[in-house]
Design a protein around this ligand. Structure first.
Ligand code: NDP
Length: 330
């Protein structure tokens, strides 16, 4: 039977303008970096996408190399999109990226026009989409002139492959320069995608000032530090967690140190006093930063998406709570 989205999906979710653009994004977005590869359960992937959209999440984030294997998250998404979401295309913001390693040889990595345009075409093919809403350069390439990379993004928009452009993992000065070049080209920089969570606050050191001055929005990734900012690791490493899966090389049990767990425990106590799970408080804390448009969560099952979206029930922090957080993190 045809998937029909929940009729109340726009009532509970909150939406925020992305920088000075006309585009509003749901305050939570769902990323497909993990758990949507060819190796993962396609039924679970489908249930997660449906649950997210039912809860008012309108934005799904992809990249060329999400999987494993490279490209397979886009294929998974494409299959599900065709079955469930094609008739909702105009209610969705779908992004992809190129920048990191994708295919062998000099044209499958970096910031060249050659790589970005051909990778965007591959991503459109895998997802079956006519266009992306947002196309990103995934990381700065010091060997390619910034002008060339920005011209490629501008061309991707002008040729109809994407509606807006973004950059990810760019430092503050590079971001300012990218915004200037794109403004001159007539394709304004919509959004920046940096990592941001209670343990990684680098964006507070210059980037958020640039984004606000330039009128650029932001979508922050790994708000839960890949799951560490939840209560799941407080009593060891559960078998069904990301840290327990040796093939997921970006988080392993060595990252979960006793010192970190001590902080997580204290944060968990504070979250409980706010009537939230730690995951919810960690998400709310990122959204409390006024440079942050939307918080880009990951999930391994639908129930986590319910839990994370409920963060919206308490986004306020008292001065005392913020001070306690600073003390815990010191
Ligand atoms: P998170 O920090 O949100 O971690 C997600 C993981 O945490 C889940 O897979 C799950 O892991 C666990 N989790 C999620 N919700 C809950 C919950 N409510 N309670 C308990 N555990 C929970 O984000 P990710 O690191 O996954 O990144 C999110 C997205 O950001 C990616 O999908 C991608 O789109 C983007 N990204 C972008 C990058 C870039 O360079 N631009 C780099 C990295 C990510 P489990 O259950 O398996 O333990």
């Amino acid at each position: 039977p045809l998937y029909v989205a929940h009729p109340d999906r726009y009532k509970t979710m909150k939406y925020q303008r992305c920088g000075k653009s006309g585009l509003r994004l749901s305050r939570l977005s769902l990323g497909l970096w993990q758990n949507f590869g060819a190796v993962d359960s396609q039924a679970n992937a489908r249930n997660m996408l449906r649950r997210a959209f039912d809860l008012g999440i309108t934005h799904f984030d992809l990249a060329n190399n999400y999987g494993p294997n490279f490209g397979s998250a886009e294929s998974t998404f494409g299959n599900i999109f065709k079955q469930d979401f094609a008739h909702y295309r105009d209610e969705l913001i779908i992004s992809s990226k190129a920048g990191y390693d994708m295919w062998p040889g000099p044209y499958g990595i970096g910031g060249s026009r050659k790589y970005l345009v051909s990778s965007c075409d591959q991503s459109l093919k895998r997802t079956g989409l006519d266009y992306f809403d947002i196309f990103y350069h995934h990381c700065m390439d010091p060997e390619t002139p910034l002008e060339e990379t920005m011209q490629a993004l501008d061309y991707i928009v002008r040729s109809g492959r994407a509606l807006y452009v973004g950059i990810s993992n760019y430092q503050p000065e590079q971001t300012q320069e990218a915004a200037r070049i794109l403004r001159e080209l007539g394709t304004p920089l919509l959004i920046h995608q940096p990592r941001y969570n209670l343990f990684d606050r680098w964006i507070e050191n210059g980037l958020t000032d640039v984004l606000k001055a330039e009128g650029v929005g932001s979508i922050v990734f790994s708000p839960l530090a890949q799951g560490v900012l939840t209560n799941k690791y407080l009593n060891g490493i559960p078998a069904n967690s990301r840290a327990a899966r040796p093939e997921l090389i970006y988080l392993n049990n060595k990252d979960i140190t006793p010192e970190k767990l001590q902080k997580v425990q204290a944060l968990n106590t504070l979250a409980e006093s706010r009537g939230q799970s730690l995951a919810q408080m960690a998400i709310a804390w990122t959204l409390h930063n006024d440079a942050v448009t939307t918080c880009l969560i990951g999930a391994s099952r639908p129930a986590q998406i319910d839990d994370s979206v409920a963060a919206l029930n308490n986004l306020d922090f008292s001065a005392d709570e913020l001070a306690t957080i600073e003390t815990i993190l010191k």
